[in-house]
Design a protein around this ligand. Structure first.
Ligand SMILES: O=C(CO)[C@H](O)[C@H](O)COP(=O)(O)O
Length: 211
């Protein structure tokens, strides 16, 4: 799968325009994209990063990391995913960076998702759905998930870049991701749901194939 991740990461380079500020996601597939981006760093203005991990890698390559509050809307966001359905709706957050990822995806005109073929599914939910929560709301959110037939598992020991916690929900076959995303967003204490359904990907690159 590592070769497919590399191919997908490198293929995303073709969407980077001269002078662009590129939104950059998080994860092992994105790491290949960042390495490829380093090869054309003189052609871009900089990057907006979704995690401390990606920021460190971008800086190691000498790519300026900019603040989304000063860049305005971005033309391109490149990120991986944990699952992708045929409508380009995603589960993300395996790397606990879902909140900043969702913010940058929303701020970007084009979201190019880079995955290996193991991430393709007909129905989202085999991969446990990550939900970032305010720490004091962990039990409350857990009970709300149980009411909806899910099994919440606290990702014990993981603190997000925003100082919050992550619950992974097992056991959901997600037939209506847009509605579920909206419903879960209403629970007090939920910061971000790892469903990218309202704002799905625009282009999905799988290894060397395009969906
Ligand atoms: O959502 C993410 C991080 O929060 C990642 O994009 C997702 O976990 C996929 O990672 P990888 O490319 O390492 O398989």
């Amino acid at each position: 799968m590592s070769n497919e991740k590399r191919l997908a990461g490198e293929a995303a380079l073709r969407y980077v325009e001269d002078g662009a500020i590129v939104g950059v996601g998080t994860g092992s597939t994105v790491a290949f994209f960042i390495d490829a981006l380093a090869g054309i760093r003189d052609r871009i203005h900089g990057a907006v990063s979704s995690s401390e991990q990606s920021t460190a890698q971008l800086k190691r390559h000498g790519i300026p990391v900019l603040d989304l509050n000063s860049t305005g809307p971005l033309s391109l966001y490149v990120d991986g995913a944990d699952e992708c359905d045929p409508h380009k709706r995603l589960i993300k957050g395996g790397g606990a960076a879902l909140t900043r990822e969702k913010i940058i995806a929303e701020a970007s005109a084009k979201f190019v998702c880079i995955i290996d073929s193991s991430k393709r599914v007909d129905l989202l939910g085999r991969f446990p759905l990550p939900i970032e929560v305010i720490p004091m709301a962990r039990s409350l959110v857990g009970r709300e998930i149980v009411k909806r037939g899910g099994q919440p598992v606290w990702r014990d020991g993981v603190v997000t870049d925003n100082g919050n916690w992550v619950i992974d929900v097992h056991g959901w076959q997600i037939t209506d991701p847009v509605s579920l995303e909206a419903e879960l967003n209403q629970i007090p204490g939920v910061v971000t749901v790892g469903l990218f359904a309202r704002r799905a990907a625009d282009i999905v690159l799988v290894g060397d194939k395009e969906m």
